[in-house]
Structures are given as structure tokens and as C-alpha cells.
Write a protein that binds this ligand. Structure first.
Ligand code: JCE
Length: 238
């Protein structure tokens, strides 16, 4: 998988791929990262990348031509996804991460100031996505969040592919159960006995019940969309 970033802060983006799981994936050739800075494609004397909005209003917008030239330098094709980060975009979810992971080339256009000249997004973006209902100072962190979520879906990036199915927000659509590792007691808090029992059927039953209950408490919005299994309504009422 090839990731591209159009960004005024190339060092910020590169730093995130120099370490950890994604850094290792780059070293192993599973993903590659290319960065283009619109400032390098601004050809006026002051290398201007921003301008005031038509119609008035506060702040500045990113000019369309330097963005378009920076994007073109990353050589997107018909088969590339071009994602514009935008607090007014569609919600980025695990489902969208899966969709993006099916592209061989994903380019993120990271906004700054008050955002893009709309014509850049209309002409060049295939997706306009938001990572949540809050305003950040720019699109780099959202783009890196999305690249992290997509990158870990690339075959081989995670050591244990089984951890993909266990994720909260994938598979069954419920939140995951609580997890414990050693020691068996910490500051008076014991690990639930069933997890030490070796009874795999009882453990699976306990995890299902905990998943259902924490989803109902913390994310009741998710429960309306999941297909409940046989026995789940009993698990929720006990
Ligand atoms: C961005 C800004 C709009 C005022 C480009 C913020 C996405 N989920 C998200 N939160 N924030 C963003 C995001 C993405 C791109 C840009 N800004 C700042 N946006 C109104 C300020 C500029």
C-alpha cells in the first residue's frame, strides 16, 4: 500500500512513519510513504499557499493551485483514493478504514488555516472525511489517524492477524470485553475468576456478556445496529 500526504508540515507526517508498527511496516516494504509540500509548488515571489476567502469572513484558505500541483506530484491515478480531511466530512469509521484498505494508493490532502478552496476538493478528492466532532488546527493529525487505521489492515503489518477480528468496532459491532494480564491481583483488584478457570466455553460466554453490557452502557448507539445472537437478550437482562 502506498500512502501520500499533501501537507505544509512534511516533517510531522514523516516522524509518524519512523517508528512503531507503521515504521516497521515501511522498513519491511509493506507500506510506502510519500510527502508533497504545497509550498514547494507555489511559484510567486513569496511562495504563497493561502489567501483570504471570497465574500469575506475570518481567517485564510488554502489556495487551489499549489495544492493541485503538490497532489499531481504524487501521481494519483483513476484507482487512487484522494482523501480531503475536513471537520465537515463524512464520519471516518472502521468500515471506511476497510474501504480505503482496498485501494493500492491512498493520498491524504491535509488542510490548514480555515480549510481548502472548495474547488480543490470538488475536482480532486474522492473522499471528504472527518475523524470526529471537534475542530483541530489542521488535517495532519486526522490524516495520520486514518493512515494508522488503514495501515494496520494491510496484510502482514500486524504480527498476529487474529487481533483484527477481536477488535472493538469490527466483526460483531460490539465493544470488546475488558482484558487482564498478570499479576492476578493488583491493589486489591482481582482478575475475574472465570479467566483463570481454563474453561474456554465459560470464558467466551463471560466475554460476550461483558461486551454486550459495556456496549449498552457506554455506546447504546452501536447496539441498535448489531445483529444480536441467540441468547444475547438473556445475557443483557441477567
Ligand atoms: C482543519 C479548521 C474548519 C476552522 C483544515 C480541521 C478534522 N475531525 C476533524 N477535526 N478537525 C479537522 C480538520 C481537518 C482539516 C482542516 N482546519 C482547521 N477547520 C474551520 C478551522 C483546517
Amino acid at each position: 500500500m502506498r500512502f501520500g500526504f499533501v501537507t505544509l508540515f512534511p516533517d510531522l507526517v514523516r516522524a509518524c512513519f519512523g517508528t512503531s508498527v507503521l515504521g516497521r511496516a515501511v522498513e519491511r516494504g509493506l507500506i510506502s510513504v510519500e510527502v508533497a509540500d504545497p509550498r514547494d509548488f507555489a511559484y510567486d515571489r513569496h511562495r504563497t499557499v493561502d489567501d483570504t476567502p471570497y465574500g469575506g469572513g475570518p481567517g485564510m484558505l488554502m489556495k487551489v493551485e499549489p495544492l493541485a500541483l503538490a497532489l499531481a506530484s504524487l501521481e494519483p491515478t483513476e484507482g487512487s483514493a484522494v482523501v480531503a480531511t475536513d471537520p465537515a466530512g463524512h464520519p471516518f469509521t472502521q468500515e471506511v478504514a476497510c474501504e480505503l484498505s482496498r485501494f493500492e494508493h491512498v493520498v491524504f490532502a491535509c488542510g490548514r488555516y480555515e480549510g481548502f478552496d472548495e474547488r480543490f476538493v470538488r475536482r480532486h478528492a474522492t473522499h471528504r472525511l472527518s475523524i470526529g466532532d471537534y475542530i483541530l488546527t489542521g488535517g495532519e493529525l486526522p490524516a495520520l489517524v486514518m493512515a494508522d487505521a488503514v495501515g494496520r489492515l494491510v496484510p502482514g503489518v500486524l504480527g498476529d492477524p487474529g487481533s483484527l477480528e477481536q477488535d472493538s468496532h469490527s466483526g460483531d459491532g460490539l465493544l470488546g470485553p475488558p482484558n487482564y494480564t498478570r499479576p492476578p491481583e493488583y491493589e486489591g483488584l482481582a482478575v475475574p475468576e472465570v479467566l483463570l478457570s481454563g474453561d474456554h466455553k465459560a470464558i467466551a460466554e463471560w466475554r460476550r456478556q461483558e461486551s454486550l453490557k459495556s456496549t449498552r452502557t457506554r455506546r447504546p448507539d452501536l447496539l441498535t445496529r448489531v445483529r444480536l445472537e441467540k441468547g444475547d437478550s438473556n445475557r443483557l437482562s441477567s
